[in-house]
Design a protein around this ligand. Structure first.
Ligand code: ZN
Length: 264
């Protein structure tokens, strides 16, 4: 019971950190991609990283005090509004915190206390960050996909989830599979159907769950992606042939295959 409580609390804290990463990392990546001598046009301070400047209200720029930054609880106590100007704070923040805590709890249920469970929780956190950033920016930052890849190989160093050889082949096969799809799509349509981030993400998932799981994982991701895209198109939210992020579907399928109970 102690383990479950601790992991839930850890998940809430991780969710709070993820909120910060999801909002700040794309800004940092976009600045890195811009030519070296350009002044950032994003309206944010010149010195901008994961820690600076401190979190503040987007309207009144009031710095958020630590007691107003407690995951989930602060949002509920403040009824989703800034303490000073009463502007609405996006429901995305508590949602990410809750989702992260629930995913972490799921890992805690499925795995005994120990390093293995913590690494799987970390895997879930990276997947949540990737899914949210791709959803909003159509971007899968290298620092997240490659970290996930190395962590997957590390987690399988002793063959804890799958044998190391399966993990290494999984990483290569994952990358190659989507690279192949990309090339075929490009050949027939002249358009890029996937981004390089998608290849790296599937490589990372292959490192976690081994090459044997890749066909089923890719099938699940494709089905969930198609269902979601169909829903958005029916709702008139996207146009035909409009670019559509595949990362969230891959992340969801990856989470299901790697961290869900009964698989490990
Ligand atoms: Zn405010």
């Amino acid at each position: 019971m102690m383990w479950l409580t601790e992991m839930f609390a850890l998940g809430l804290i991780a969710g709070s950190v993820l909120n910060c990463v999801i909002w700040r990392l794309p800004v940092m990546v976009n600045r890195q991609l811009a030519p070296a001598d350009t002044i950032p046009q994003d309206g944010l301070p010149a010195r901008f990283n994961l820690f600076l400047p401190r979190s503040c209200c987007p309207r009144c720029h009031h710095t958020i005090a630590f007691y107003d930054n407690i995951p989930l609880i602060s949002w509920v106590l403040l009824r989703g509004r800034c303490r000073r100007c009463a502007r609405r704070i996006s429901w995305r923040y508590p949602l990410v915190e809750l989702a992260t805590a629930l995913c972490t709890e799921w890992v805690a249920f499925a795995w005994p206390p120990g390093l293995q469970a913590l690494m799987l929780a970390l895997c879930c956190w990276l997947l949540i960050a990737l899914a949210c950033i791709d959803l909003e920016h159509m971007l899968l930052p290298d620092v997240l996909t490659l970290s996930l890849l190395w962590l997957g190989l590390l987690a399988n160093l002793q063959g804890n989830i799958v044998p190391l050889a399966d993990a290494v082949i999984g990483a290569m096969a994952g990358w190659l599979a989507l690279w192949g799809v990309y090339q075929v799509f490009l050949l027939f349509t002249g358009r890029e159907g996937l981004g390089y981030g998608d290849f790296k993400l599937l490589a990372a998932l292959g490192a976690w769950c081994g090459w044997q799981a890749l066909p089923a994982l890719l099938l699940c991701a494709s089905i969930s992606g198609l269902v979601w895209m169909g829903g958005l198109r029916l709702a008139g939210r996207i146009q035909r042939a409009q670019a559509f992020p595949f990362g969230p579907s891959l992340a969801l399928a990856g989470w299901w295959f790697i961290a869900a109970p009964g698989v490990g």
